[in-house]
Design a protein around this ligand. Structure first.
Ligand SMILES: CC(C)(COP(=O)(O)OP(=O)(O)OC[C@H]1O[C@@H](n2cnc3c(N)ncnc32)[C@H](O)[C@@H]1OP(=O)(O)O)[C@@H](O)C(=O)NCCC(=O)NCCS
Length: 180
């Protein structure tokens, strides 16, 4: 699917959210690596996770935020299961170039990801800071877990249907060694 959407200006720039193109790959790796330096709990392997997802043809979405022709943000989505149920979109990593934080770029990437996932998924899920992700409607759920993670950072946004319950199983590219 080809799609691009121009969002209201961030500062004086025009921000465009679009699908990854082959020429973006080095920029995506750089953006993720630079952004994750700001996240104390980052593993430092986030750019490699996206590269592995891409190599496995497992990127359901790979969205690039472009400001004045320059990639400044990226959001990846891959397929996930919760409690044995297929059909969840796993959001992450989400990264914005540090100089461009707090300009609405992360929110624009998330809005576009959710808009695209809504018709094709049961819901979206992620492991992340609830203080940030609650603004998009994500929350923790009783019994929603990832082994080794505090339950309060395992978040989901169902698009209808039953409450998500059980282990959130990531693609093997995340290296979590979860049950298959
Ligand atoms: C988290 C991140 C993607 C947000 O992108 P952004 O473009 O700066 O976000 P937005 O401008 O859309 O939203 C900014 C708002 O989120 C808040 N925010 C940003 N990071 C936050 C965090 N870790 N916890 C709580 N709030 C956070 C800001 O305070 C701001 O709030 P305000 O609008 O009330 O002032 C970006 O800061 C980033 O790349 N951080 C490093 C990597 C990371 O943490 N990724 C997410 C986990 S994989």
């Amino acid at each position: 699917m080809t799609f691009s959407e121009t969002h209201p200006p961030a500062g004086r720039d025009t921000l465009q959210i679009r699908d990854e193109r082959p020429g973006d790959i080095p920029d995506i790796g750089r953006i993720i690596t630079e952004a994750m330096r700001f996240l104390p709990q980052a593993s430092g392997t986030e750019a490699a996770i996206v590269a592995r997802l891409r190599a496995a043809d497992a990127l359901m979405l790979s969205l690039v935020a472009e400001a004045e022709g320059v990639p400044v943000g990226h959001l990846a989505v891959s397929a996930a299961r919760i409690g044995g149920q297929d059909g969840w979109g796993l959001i992450g990593p989400l990264a914005v170039t540090p100089e461009r934080h707090r300009q609405g770029i992360g929110s624009a990437l998330m809005a576009e990801a959710l808009r695209r996932l809504r018709p094709i998924c049961r819901g979206a899920a992620l492991v992340g800071n609830p203080a940030y992700y609650r603004r998009f409607g994500f929350r923790a759920w009783p019994g929603l877990t990832v082994a080794g993670c505090p339950p309060e950072v395992v978040l989901a946004l169902p698009f209808g249907g039953a409450a998500p319950e059980g282990e959130l199983i990531h693609h093997p590219a995340f290296g979590l060694h979860q049950p298959g």
